[in-house]
Write a protein that binds this ligand. Sequence first.
Ligand SMILES: CC(=O)N[C@H]1[C@@H](OP(=O)(O)OP(=O)(O)OC[C@H]2O[C@@H](n3ccc(=O)[nH]c3=O)[C@H](O)[C@@H]2O)O[C@H](CO)[C@@H](O)[C@@H]1O[C@H](C)C(=O)N[C@@H](C)C(=O)N[C@H](CCC(=O)O)C(=O)O
Ligand SMILES: Nc1ncnc2c1ncn2[C@@H]1O[C@H](COP(=O)(O)OP(=O)(O)OP(=O)(O)O)[C@@H](O)[C@H]1O
Ligand SMILES: N[C@H](CCC[C@H](N)C(=O)O)C(=O)O
Ligand SMILES: [Mg+2]
Length: 487
Amino acid sequence: MTILKDILYKVALEAVVGDTGTAVNEIHFDSRKVGSKDVFVAIKGTKSNGHDFIDKAIAQGALVVVCEDMPAEQEKGVTYVQVLDTHKALAVMAANFYENPSANLKLVGVTGTNGKTTIASLLYQLFSKAGFKVGLLSTVEIKVGNETFDTTHTTPDSLVINSFLRKMNDAGVEYCFMEVSSHGIAQERTTALYFTGGIFTNLSHEHLDYHSSFAEYRDVKKRFFDELPASAFALVNIDDKNGPVMIQNTKAKKYTYGLKSYADYKAQILENEFSGLLLKINGQEVWTKLIGNFNAYNVLAIYAASELLGLTTIESLKHISALQAVSGRFQYFISEGKVTAIVDYAHTPDALQNVLETINSIRTRNEELITVVGCGGDRDKTKRPVMGNIASSLSTKVVFTSDNPRTEDPDKIVEEVEAGVEPQNFKKVMSVTNRKQAIKTACQLAQKNDIILIAGKGHENYQEINGERFDFDDLKIVTEYLKQLKK
Ligand SMILES: CC(=O)N[C@H]1[C@@H](OP(=O)(O)OP(=O)(O)OC[C@H]2O[C@@H](n3ccc(=O)[nH]c3=O)[C@H](O)[C@@H]2O)O[C@H](CO)[C@@H](O)[C@@H]1O[C@H](C)C(=O)N[C@@H](C)C(=O)N[C@H](CCC(=O)O)C(=O)O
Ligand SMILES: Nc1ncnc2c1ncn2[C@@H]1O[C@H](COP(=O)(O)OP(=O)(O)OP(=O)(O)O)[C@@H](O)[C@H]1O
Ligand SMILES: N[C@H](CCC[C@H](N)C(=O)O)C(=O)O
Ligand SMILES: [Mg+2]
């Protein structure tokens, strides 16, 4: 049991009706989860308004209601706390409830359109190799030291974040690397956390269904840096035109990294092959198994962050050369019949372009590059034709297919992707809505030395259709078909 007053510490209060000395059990923002003596936080969401469920929460045992609009009538024995912003209040209360666990470890947030999972996961690997106990909050998984937990979000809600940070404290974790998504910032999921550092990767077209404009999307990301404390570091990719924008108003110490512009941390690509990258970082050569130009940025960011966190140059370079690719990020194998199959999470126009350009810069021109790609349902529709255009311009053959259709008609999504194909590329493309059949088609088309790229779902081990998740694994499926077809 916790006393309400303690959980409300630093919450900006508008009005309180009732007793703040009440002892409470748990905090919930979903009425369906509320139990006896809990706190219910009413949130105005994208689909419904939590204020409509206040009565239900009280009926289920809520002793405290935190809200933006005070109900006209108040129940006896229930404490009502009115605040301006319940998202923010929830984050502060979550941090208090779990005793501010972020202050007891070094927490680094990674934000940007692409590269967050890669950088956060590789920093987790690097610091683990360096002998520290490390935590990770990422799209793929949550880690508390060596223990792994499933995750549903890139940046979970503030209760989940703080409960895992608490677990990390209890396990003696010293460093935690977490992805900070734009939804996470907009919904205040990372408010009230103490960050030791922030890293910016890049900004390109994504989530314009949720954010009303690119400028709003950019400003949400920038808010993460605006809110960093003076003691933290803010490390940005200076080759991205929004890198300088991110640190315009930050109080944190500013550092830059880049391949093209003058920067505090600079790298040069010496070799770029299927087997990896040879980089020169601040004058020192380092070999990494990671592939492609964009990974040169990721590796450089990792190097810079590890130095800012106190590792020596020699130590970080040594560990960088031993880093393993992150699940579903440019994961590839060569079949017995010499077909190269690559599975990559590229689900934005920029990521797809980068991956295809990387493959094109490495391959010799005689082989086919067969791309299997689609776009998710209930997400930004404007990226569909753009990705269709990129796939068909940069591949020699394309099989358009479904990603996660969610509640949309998959054939319709495929049509919207196809709409971006220019006439000169019509003959390169075909559409097979069933993703499994699409992968099979690509395998049938492939000959010795050809390359198959399966983009969009990376590590995901399901396909979501109409609210149901079916087992689905791009890597497994392509492996099986290539074997079956004896390729
Ligand atoms: C669009 C979006 O971001 N939605 C997130 C948001 O939900 P919401 O507030 O809009 O929910 P809502 O359905 O409108 O309900 C409003 C409130 O009423 C409450 N409610 C509702 C029904 C009821 O019976 N009782 C009740 O109390 C809900 O619990 C909620 O508090 O807050 C929820 C709690 O934190 C999230 O789980 C939910 O994520 C949904 C499932 C989602 O799909 N989010 C994706 C888009 C997302 O967040 N992605 C990002 C970025 C990924 C990337 O990097 O590309 C991520 O960080 O994962
Ligand atoms: N630095 C980068 N710049 C551009 N593209 C990248 C970069 N790093 C990775 N990518 C591409 O973007 C895809 C997604 O990478 P990653 O999962 O690291 O990004 P993310 O920011 O975590 O994405 P999400 O927002 O979905 O969690 C990769 O599979 C790769 O194709
Ligand atoms: N974090 C992203 C992942 C998209 C992955 C792609 N496979 C899709 O389903 O659209 C989102 O939820 O928008
Ligand atoms: Mg991610």
